[in-house]
Design a protein around this ligand. Structure first.
Ligand code: ASP
Length: 331
């Protein structure tokens, strides 16, 4: 090896060492009924969050890309029935599962997303395929499914997404709707609060690249064809190496109208706000005043992490740049 090449290699290795890696995930914001939360379920939340974090972090520590880390972490949560994404997706009013996902690469603002898919086992992989193998950003329904299967992704029968727990939730939701239709009905409780569980991840790799991804079954009782914020770049997901990566969870319509993920990034870019301040302002002031419940996770280029929510709970976790792992459910 020529001395100059060797020096370059050494320099790259040294800078790679110096750059922090970090990862943050969420498993949805809402209300968890503490009384109904069995110790097993609580343990399951923590264990799955930890497994997801470790999968992503191992990739980052090896010098792998933030994109790979985000995909790996989200696939674990999609495959776990405990979260409202992939296997544990909630039901539409008609009793089907329609899944949304997106991913964004903060290096060159590349993004991919799928909406309303019913046969793609891991929608986050489909979102990534859209980003990397098509000139487009968002595919929906049949087009998204055809694209996923053409690109060799694992396809499943829609029945794969059936889980007893989510089925009970849609039955309960239907009862609530009937009660609401009665003349003496009282105001509907916040629909988002009970049926949360969207998943998301933001990662920072040794090269200083940030990636963010989000995957969901949407909201229980959504009308068929409804697409939430999760596959909308700028609403549910955003990543820009110059500011931060953001993944959102909550009542999607509010996140779309307020372009939440991009708003946080824009405040950092234009007002030079810190990630913490931008996230707190958007979630606790803008969203809350509008009546939008939910939360966000974010990670900036320096490795600063935020987990901000205006709901009683948000399942979440992170491994910071010092390697400290933390998972939590409540405030
Ligand atoms: N944001 C998702 C949606 O509106 C739901 C959630 O995060 O719980 O589809």
């Amino acid at each position: 090896m020529k001395p100059i090449a060797a020096a370059l290699l050494l320099f790259t290795a040294m800078t790679a060492q110096a750059n922090p890696v970090a990862i943050v995930i969420h498993g949805g914001a809402g209300r968890i009924d503490r009384d109904a939360l069995t110790p097993e379920r609580e343990r399951l939340y923590h264990a799955t969050l930890e497994q997801s974090l470790r999968a992503g972090h191992t990739i980052l520590k090896r010098g792998g890309s933030a994109l790979d880390a985000v995909e790996a972490a989200i696939v674990i949560m999609e495959d776990a029935p405990v979260f409202n994404a992939g296997k544990g997706a909630v039901f539409t009013a008609e009793g089907k599962n329609e899944l949304d996902a997106s991913i964004m690469d903060g290096r060159a603002l590349q993004a991919g997303a799928v909406g309303g898919v019913t046969t793609v086992k891991n929608p986050i992989r489909a979102a990534r395929a859209v980003m990397e193998k098509s000139p487009h950003v968002l595919f929906t329904n049949r087009g998204a499914e055809k694209f996923a299967s053409d690109n060799g992704l694992e396809m499943v029968d829609p029945k794969y997404f059936f889980t007893e727990r989510r089925w009970k939730q849609i039955l309960k939701w239907r009862k609530q709707q009937e009660a609401k239709a009665k003349p003496q009905a009282t105001a509907e409780p916040d629909r988002h609060a009970d049926y949360f569980g969207t998943v998301g991840c933001v990662a920072l790799d040794t090269a200083g690249n940030i990636a963010a991804g989000t995957s969901t079954g949407g909201m229980t009782g959504k009308r068929f064809g409804r697409i939430g914020d999760s596959p909308i770049i700028g609403a549910g997901t955003y990543a820009d190496n110059r500011t931060a990566g953001i993944s959102c969870t909550g009542h999607g319509e509010y996140f779309i109208r307020h372009a939440v993920a991009h708003d946080i990034s824009a405040r950092m870019a234009y007002k030079q706000e810190s990630l913490a301040k931008a996230a707190a302002d958007v979630v606790q002031t803008v969203l809350k005043q509008a009546g939008g419940s939910g939360g966000i996770i974010g990670l900036d280029a320096k490795g600063n992490i935020v987990m901000e929510f205006n709901t009683p709970a948000m399942t979440r976790g992170a491994i910071d740049q010092d390697g400290n792992l933390k998972t939590a459910l409540f405030k």
